[in-house]
Design a protein around this ligand. Structure first.
Ligand SMILES: Nc1nc2c(c(=O)[nH]1)N[C@@H](CNc1ccc(C(=O)N[C@@H](CCC(=O)N[C@@H](CCC(=O)N[C@@H](CCC(=O)O)C(=O)O)C(=O)O)C(=O)O)cc1)CN2
Ligand SMILES: [Zn+2]
Length: 768
């Protein structure tokens, strides 16, 4: 029979219990025992949900306090000495690697955190030493959690990150030269030991994730699969289901013969349905296919008819015993349950499926194929009705939006004049000093701000009271910027819950959840708004706050918008029209906002695009070029409606930009601010040819840590930049917004930053 399976379940809990427990533990408000107990309770609850839904293969070890890659770093003892030398309790050592540790005389920053493939989830990068060795932890987490589930009567399928991906997703530590994949021989015995322990504990099957198979792989990495899976398959090991996701593996299909002893290969058939035939053809005679047909990355109900057809195609070739119905990826990227959404319009709620609902979907699909459609007739009929209702809904189509899109011209993407002419006007208009200082937009989102917003959302305070509160926050932020002597001010974004959700809530074509949280990193979560139809802007979204801020200050006030690509990427997009169409609709809505800000007297406007790099297709080639063409165009369309004298800024963070800078340069923004301080100034190499023509502020300090950078440190950074960039084109700013910081360290860090800028301003006074 066709089995059903889930590749991973969200960890946070229906009410973000894990976030709250972690943060309480970090603040010394929850004991270690209580934290561990809460985690155990959540794991059990999540297994039960899947068991009750009837899922055959339920994952374990998908839970992580902070990040699952970090779990592996600790379990294999790939812990850099700067963490291990303090003999912290294992869980504190773990958090020290994830988020840094400044306590009891210890001061160590976190390991690097980077994007998980093309998602808004971030993992902790394994960081290896020359001479790296590995050792399996005494009580490996996957074994402990397998036994925990077993004790509760649930036999699970443990999930591991595979050895090739674990190495390939890592890097050499700073000042080290080791090529991670060369460590395979040392790592395999540890995996072997772990898999045997899992088998001894009773695990029949283990899911081993090798998502790097969707990349273009360097030959050395590609060649590592054969020895790895020869070493880890055979009678003494559990059966392995090797999982890939977020792309196709057709370009690496020649790796499959080396994987023939692996029980099953999992592929993402939501993202790349066309890979089905090639993968089936490459399977060995005894191998099974795990067909990822329920989307782990989006919230749309699965189209049962289409999914069943796909699975049937596989069954015809392989037989029912060699096909597994699965989620396309872990459900980590979807919110917990639709049941807690009380405010969604009833019509659209019918179109959605969150993690809890998706667990039932895999079961229905598997049953439909095993026992025939009649066995699940009701579910299939309800599903078909929902598909039909969505396709014909008034909400999805807006004629005026389509009309406007048809009238977009190429001239609408270009500013009136080239940069030198624009800059000449901006210079006289804005009267900025050399080395102008600014921040990226947000100031600390204090507990008080969140509590007031929560009261307003619940109707406990009136709109007027909330507005007064926000105005007071803006006044405070302006006053602080006066004291700090910054040059270009921001209003601080106190009215925004999140830089994407805030816009989603103000645009037609979107709906939003009240509890649809998804983990972004560590304990930080987002509630991606959902694009259900054609997007338009019913009214200005940010003008009131920016105008108010400008009215109480004599300095230039920077307006703050989230760009079309970031709005798209950090929302749940539609799956019924191409993303380029949605991006253009967002661009047109933002274009109106940009023009309205200018008309309201805002002459510096920042349009953030931190997700531009994340949207880049994972493999090089034509698909990437297509993406860049429409992505760059949508940004330009959003910004180009202003006069030459209005200065357009854009901001980039959370990605590596060295190999991507040409795309950022193509945006033609007057000023860029770009994260720089964590990557050992790798970014600056891009400017080696000294050809970048416009203005730019590579971040001068990391905002992720409460650590206060000294004035000297910041001066050193700026000095380093001056080797690559002209003094006339440099801005001085932090790496990113300050919303996750406290006021105390924010003021101290910015004081040092402004002093450093003043030093260079005086030094280069002749350039002014
Ligand atoms: N969408 C998105 N993706 C992004 C980023 C980003 O800023 N936005 N930045 C990068 C890093 N990722 C990040 C993701 C989240 C957060 C973050 O700060 N999240 C906050 C939630 C922000 C939010 O939506 N806040 C709401 C709701 C706050 C809340 O929890 N309220 C309480 C009630 C108030 C209280 O008692 O505190 C509740 O609902 O229970 C608001 O302010 O209104 C968190 O997890 O704590 C930061 C960075 C990359 N991806
Ligand atoms: Zn940023």
């Amino acid at each position: 029979m066709v089995q059903s399976s889930v590749l991973g379940f969200p960890r946070m809990g229906g009410n973000r219990e894990l976030k709250k427990a972690n943060e309480a533990y970090w603040a010394d408000k929850l004991s270690r025992d209580d934290l561990l107990a809460e985690a155990k309770r959540l794991r059990l609850e999540h297994w039960k949900i899947q068991k009750d839904a009837g899922v055959d293969s339920i994952p374990s070890n998908d839970f992580a306090f902070y990040d699952h890659v970090l779990d592996h770093i600790q379990m294999f003892n790939a812990i850099p000495e700067r963490y291990s030398k303090h003999s912290l309790h294992p869980i504190d050592e773990y958090f020290a690697m994830g988020r840094g540790h400044q306590k009891d005389g210890i001061d160590v920053p976190s390991l690097e955190m980077v994007k998980w493939f093309d998602s808004n989830y971030h993992y902790v990068k394994p960081t290896f030493q020359d001479g790296q060795t590995f050792k399996l932890a005494e009580n490996p987490k996957p074994v402990v959690e397998f036994l925990e589930a077993k004790e509760a009567g649930i036999v699970t399928r443990p999930v591991l990150v595979g050895p090739v991906s674990f190495l390939a997703l890592g890097k050499a530590d700073r000042d080290q030269t080791v090529d991670p994949i060369s460590l395979l021989d040392k790592l395999l015995p540890v995996y072997s030991e772990l898999l045997q322990k899992l088998k001894a504990a009773g695990a029949e099957t283990v899911q081993i994730d090798e998502p790097t198979l969707v990349f273009d792989l360097p030959p050395k990495v590609k060649a590592a699969f054969k020895p790895a899976y020869e070493a880890l398959t055979g009678d003494k090991f559990p059966k392995l289901v090797l999982a890939t996701y977020f792309g196709d593996i057709v370009h690496n299909i020649d790796v499959l013969p080396a994987l023939q002893k692996v029980h099953a290969i999992h592929v993402d058939l939501v993202r790349n349905p066309e890979q089905l035939d090639s993968v089936i053809a490459a399977l060995g005679p005894n191998q099974s296919l795990s067909a990822g047909v329920v989307d782990g990355r989006n919230i749309w109900k699965t189209n049962f008819k289409r999914a069943i057809e796909t699975v049937e195609t596989a069954v015809q070739k392989l037989g029912k015993d060699r096909v597994i119905v699965a989620t396309s990826s872990s459900l980590l990227h979807t919110p917990h349950s639709l049941d807690s959404e009380k405010k969604l319009p009833a019509e659209v709620k019918e179109w959605f499926s969150f993690a809890v609902q998706k667990t039932s979907e895999v079961v229905v699909i598997a049953k439909a194929v095993t026992d025939g459609p009649a066995s699940v007739r009701e579910a299939l009929e309800a599903n078909a009705a929902a598909m039909q209702a969505r396709a014909s809904s008034e909400r999805t189509n807006n004629k005026a939006v389509k009309q406007r899109q048809s009238e977009v011209t190429s001239a609408m993407h270009e500013r009136q004049s080239p940069f030198p002419e624009r800059y000449a006007q901006q210079k006289t208009h804005l009267k900025l000093p050399l080395f102008p200082t600014t921040t990226i937009g947000s100031f600390p989102q204090t507990k008080e701000i969140r509590v007031q917003r929560n009261k307003f959302t619940k109707g406990e305070i009136t709109a007027e009271e909330y507005e007064k509160f926000i105005e007071k926050e803006i006044q405070d932020v302006v006053k602080i910027q006066d004291e700090l002597k910054l040059d270009v001010y921001v209003h601080g974004e106190p009215e925004r819950n999140d830089m994407v959700q805030y816009f989603g809530e103000r645009l037609d074509g979107y709906v939003f959840t009240t509890n649809g949280w998804v983990q972004s990193y560590g304990s930080r979560c987002v509630r991606p708004p959902i694009i259900v139809g054609d997007i338009s802007r019913p009214a200005p979204m940010t003008v009131k706050e920016s105008k108010y801020a400008a009215s109480i200050s004599s300095k230039p006030m920077k307006g703050m918008l989230t760009g079309p690509i970031t709005c798209l990427r950090w929302s749940f997009p539609r799956d019924d029209v191409h993303q380029s169409v949605q991006a253009q609709q967002l661009a047109l809505a933002l274009r109106d906002e940009v023009v309205d800000l200018e008309a309201a007297g805002i002459y510096v406007i920042q349009v953030d695009e931190p997700a531009l790099r994340e949207g880049l297709p994972l493999r090089s080639g034509r698909e990437r070029e297509n993406y860049l063409a429409w992505a760059v165009n949508s940004f330009k369309l959003a910004c180009a409606g202003v006069k030459d004298s209005t200065q357009i800024h854009s901001h980039f963070c959370y990605s590596e930009f060295q190999d991507f800078f040409h795309a950022i340069a193509a945006l033609d923004a007057d000023v860029l601010s770009i994260e720089n301080s964590k990557s050992d100034a790798k970014l600056l190499k891009v400017f080696e040819d000294k050809a970048y023509p416009r203005h730019i502020g590579p971040g001068v300090y990391d905002i992720h840590s409460p650590r206060i950078p000294s004035e000297q440190e910041i001066k050193d950074r700026i000095q380093e930049m001056l080797a690559f960039l002209r003094p006339e084109q440099l801005w001085v700013n932090p790496d990113c917004g300050l919303k996750t910081r406290q006021w105390k360290e924010t003021k101290a860090a910015l004081t040092n930053m402004v002093n450093a800028a003043i030093y260079f301003r005086e030094k280069y006074a002749d350039k002014a």
